[in-house]
Design a protein around this ligand. Structure first.
Ligand code: PA5
Length: 450
């Protein structure tokens, strides 16, 4: 079964400016696509690293042997969100009773209580620490690494280095220097592959491998979607990622400032956070972009849906669904426990029919409120299908950014916040940032008690 995009109601009359043919818009971007592909700037489309990764990843992981029950992942942003989405989608067992491993722990915050608790309880002998940072200079990740390194030393003495894998730029950055200086195992983040576009490199696939997922199928799914375009960039106009981008841009043109990512595949809820980072960090530039909102069905029907339906008319929706989810138990099958009369209509239906019915209910309610919506119908929820969806959303984000005339591959505003934090911690340099902080603190507060 194939994955499909279904167009529900578009922004009426706004899919393209009057007199402008969508195919002409695509044609105007084809030269850029060709040029950036040729220059290696879009490795998440052309996947030039795929063959090497398929060889090196298992080789590297096999060297660590089978003794590891725990993987402690240190990373943040694009170095962590994809791994968590995969973990929740394809190793939900970790959250179920009686799980006996493997365990993946993702430390993507500077939460002293959490890191302490993990380091106090994890058995160092059975733990592989995987540090992921493309730049190798991210303070949150490096700070966690320094603490984890001390912890490993304490428990394993000279053996500590056998418990560390670094995933970072091939040649530059502090983490790469650390790998060389201490002879630590490492895998590269491919050249020109930014954090939020990197889940299908070693960044997301090492944890996927550790958890026993079909990591190769994830890559194959991405290849299914993106390689036909890499091979024939002239076909941009017909590519689903382009069509999705065209729709997203038409929403922004019509002042829809928010985009809901509504997953009716409950186990895929964390793809919402992954997508929101991809969309926000790629498109929030020069006053442009739209605010992504993650939501999961049916949980958020009892939380966010009221606002979606009856709040400001500024939201479009990307609606993720799959008709083939497990159905679960049948109601009323046990004659010793008949359903109360009020609920008798459920007899013979499955628990999973509730999800389907509620998804239809939400679709209908959104249609009644004229909320622009695209249904993303997954034929399956296996790794290959997820790989295709990941690639679809990455490409759609890129092409939306191109139409907005911004650079979807950088994140200058975030970088500024990082520099301010470094200045605050007393890192050398950062004179301008230190002055900016001084100005900020000079502003009077208006404290209120509550
Ligand atoms: O998408 C991005 O580029 C960012 O979110 C990064 O992934 C994040 O800032 C972490 O950077 P790094 O991988 O260099 O530590």
């Amino acid at each position: 079964m194939r994955n499909n995009l279904f167009w529900g109601q578009a922004v009426k009359g706004r899919l393209a400016k009057p007199g402008v043919n969508p195919a002409d818009i695509a044609a105007s971007f084809v030269p850029r696509l060709k040029q950036e592909l040729a220059g290696g700037a879009l490795p998440f489309i052309s996947l030039p690293f795929k063959a090497a990764l398929e060889r090196e990843l298992p080789e590297t992981m096999q060297k660590f042997g089978r003794g590891f029950k725990h993987l402690l992942l240190l990373g943040i942003g694009g170095s962590a969100l994809g791994a968590r989405a995969l973990q929740k989608a394809f190793m939900p067992q970790q959250d179920w009773p009686a799980h006996t491993g493997p365990w993946l722990w993702i430390a993507d915050n500077v939460d002293a209580a959490c890191l302490n608790a993990w380091l106090d309880r994890l058995p160092a002998q059975e733990t592989l620490v995987v540090v992921i940072s493309k730049s190798g200079g991210t303070i949150e990740t490096m700070a966690q690494y320094f603490l984890a390194r001390t912890w490993l030393h304490k428990h394993l003495a000279a053996e500590w280095a056998k418990h560390v894998l670094l995933i970072t730029d091939k040649t530059s950055g502090a983490l790469r220097e650390e790998a060389a200086a201490k002879n630590l195992a490492s895998l590269p983040v491919p050249e020109q592959l930014g954090g939020r576009y990197s889940v299908l490199s070693a960044v997301g696939l090492v944890p996927a491998y550790f958890c026993g997922m079909d990591w190769k199928a994830l890559l194959e799914g991405a290849a299914d979607l993106s390689l036909p375009l890499a091979d024939h960039p002239g076909n941009l106009a017909g590519h689903p990622a382009w069509r999705l981008a065209l729709w997203a841009k038409s929403l922004m043109d019509a002042d829809y400032s928010q985009l809901i990512f509504f997953s009716y595949i409950p186990a895929w809820a964390c793809f919402g956070s992954w997508f929101c980072q991809l969309w926000s960090e790629s498109l929030g530039k020069n006053g442009k972009g739209s605010m992504p909102l993650p939501a999961v069905g049916v949980t958020d029907q009892h939380s966010l849906l009221q606002m979606f339906l009856d709040g400001p008319k500024d939201k479009g929706c990307l609606f993720l669904e799959c008709p083939d989810l497990p159905k679960g138990e049948k109601f009323g099958a046990d004659s010793a426990n008949p359903l109360p009369d009020k609920w008798a209509y459920l007899k013979g239906q499955h628990f999973g029919d509730l999800l389907t019915a509620e998804a239809i209910g939400t679709l209908g309610a959104m249609a009644a409120r004229d909320i622009p919506l695209v249904r993303m119908g997954m034929g399956k929820t296996d790794e290959r299908a997820a790989g295709s969806m990941i690639a679809l959303l990455e490409l759609a984000t890129l092409f939306t950014g191109w139409q907005l005339d911004i650079n979807p591959l950088d994140q200058p505003a975030v970088e500024y916040g990082k520099r301010l934090a470094n200045a605050r911690l007393g890192a050398p340099g950062y004179a301008e940032e230190k002055e900016a902080l001084a100005r900020y603190f000079a502003q009077p507060d208006e404290p209120q008690a509550f």
